[in-house]
Design a protein around this ligand. Structure first.
Ligand code: C2O
Ligand code: CU
Ligand code: CU
Length: 437
């Protein structure tokens, strides 16, 4: 086994106190054995250099989600690198071109490895122009399926989950704690960096006692901060909030979700004292990242991507290994979804683009389930009904029956995945790729 060095990122088994009080600790897999892994903080333009050491009993890789990275560092087995075997190491070394909130996670058997706890935050700080805040907090929101002794349920390859929303759990944590609390003062200004690290759960967030703005989505600054209303966070999506504590002294402000399990508390801010007599004025937008502007949409290359399959879908079968397979045969092979009628990873890219080309992808959701569509190596904009481009994102929720069109400039050479970030869906067939040369 490789010897440890000062800048290692080691994936290994560990113990975590996910559930307090009378419950035992939970056996997890974590970076550095901790859940979540260490927060990596750099300044925009700096280099991140980590030797990844795999001390798990199965191969793994590290993917740096949302970073417009060198293709060879993207961490995708068999597309950009070979999987790192148990006991082996791989050196990740790359520049962070954009400021914002990113994260890292495995990309090999990710539905199991992330359900066991592997993920961490990557924060790239603005060199200047960051908003003035009293507290800058990263909140990794995770969803666990625990047994009654607080251990991780081992049913990772449960086809019922795969054909429905994915692995939805029964215990929510923030930064590895089911009772996350923080003391704050009334009128204090907080920057909250929310990351949904769950396999499949979609959080519908509210913030009673906190008022403010969304200033960035998926790491990328909004041109105009958007007043905070309900906020939907699909798997892998991030939101940077600037909020003021408006709850009274000696009370609580909350982060809650109202989703398929009703309304519940995710995080508690305990208000003690007052930081200033009044709220601060509205924040300026964060400085923009150097992402290429879209070319003329009329001249863009157009591609269609139809999503099919899942329980209650109309799909009868799909192509696998060059031949048509029925649903039952597909399920035996662990595939229950398809992109453009294919359930396995295609040998050819969905589109091969030249650097600088603007690409439009119309994503048609012909299934009964929502999908969190994620593109590697690029950020895209959703094209609204009137043709107006929305904010830059790397993951977009597409509701059942909807068509969502995205556009982006293919400006990062290499092979890039496009997949659903509901991890059981991507494993079950919702995975394709693009080539940029
Ligand atoms: Cu965060 Cu390919 O994923
Ligand atoms: Cu990614
Ligand atoms: Cu999906």
């Amino acid at each position: 086994l490789a010897a440890p060095s000062a800048v290692d990122l080691t994936a290994e088994p560990g113990m975590a106190r996910l559930v307090p009080d009378d419950f035992p600790e939970t056996a997890v897999w974590g970076y550095g054995g901790t859940v979540p892994g260490p927060t990596i903080r750099v300044r925009q333009g700096e280099t991140i250099s980590r030797r990844f050491l795999n001390r798990l009993p199965q191969p793994s890789t590290v993917h740096w989600h949302g970073v417009r990275i060198d293709n060879a560092m993207d961490g995708v087995p068999d597309l950009t690198q070979s999987p790192v075997a148990s006991g082996e190491a791989f050196h990740y070394d790359f520049r962070a071109p954009d400021a914002g909130t990113y994260w890292y996670h495995p990309h090999n058997r990710s539905w199991e490895q992330m359900a066991r706890g592997l993920s961490g935050a990557l924060i790239v700080e603005e060199p200047e122009g960051a908003p003035e805040v009293d507290l800058d907090e990263v909140l990794l929101i995770d969803d666990w399926r625990l047994t009654d002794t607080a251990q991780i349920a081992q049913d990772f390859d449960n086809m019922h989950d795969w054909a429905h929303l994915g692995r939805v759990g029964n215990w929510i944590t923030v930064n590895g704690s089911g009772r996350w609390r923080k003391a704050v003062e009334r009128n204090a200004r907080l920057r909250l960096r929310l990351v949904n690290t769950a396999n499949a759960r979609i959080f519908e967030l509210n913030t009673p006692g906190l008022e403010g703005w969304v200033v960035a989505l998926d790491g990328m600054p909004l041109e105009t901060p958007r007043p905070l209303g309900g906020l939907v966070l699909a798997p892998a999506q991030r939101a940077d909030l600037i909020v003021d504590v408006v709850a009274e002294d000696s009370s609580e402000a909350l982060l809650t979700s109202r989703d398929r399990d009703g309304e519940y508390k995710i995080a508690t801010f305990v208000v003690e004292g007052e930081s200033r007599p009044e709220r601060m004025s509205s924040p300026d937008p964060l400085p923009a990242n150097p992402v290429a502007a879209l070319g003329r949409l009329d001249d863009a290359r157009k591609v269609d991507l139809t999503m099919e399959g899942g329980a209650m879908g109309g799909m009868r079968g799909a192509m696998m290994g060059g031949r048509m397979m029925g649903m039952r045969e597909m399920a035996r092979a662990g595939k229950v979804w398809a992109f453009n009628g294919r359930a396995d990873m295609p040998a050819d890219p969905l589109v091969a683009a030249d650097r600088g080309e603007t690409i439009r992808i119309a994503m048609v959701n012909d299934t009964g389930w929502p999908h969190a569509m994620h593109l590697h190596g690029h950020h895209f904009r959703q094209i609204g009904a009137g043709g107006a481009p929305g904010p830059l994102r790397d993951t977009l929720l597409v509701e059942p029956g909807d068509t969502a069109e995205i556009a982006f400039v293919a400006d990062n050479p290499g092979d890039w995945l496009l997949h659903c970030h509901m991890l059981e869906h991507s494993a079950g067939g919702m995975m394709t790729w693009l080539r940029v040369t």
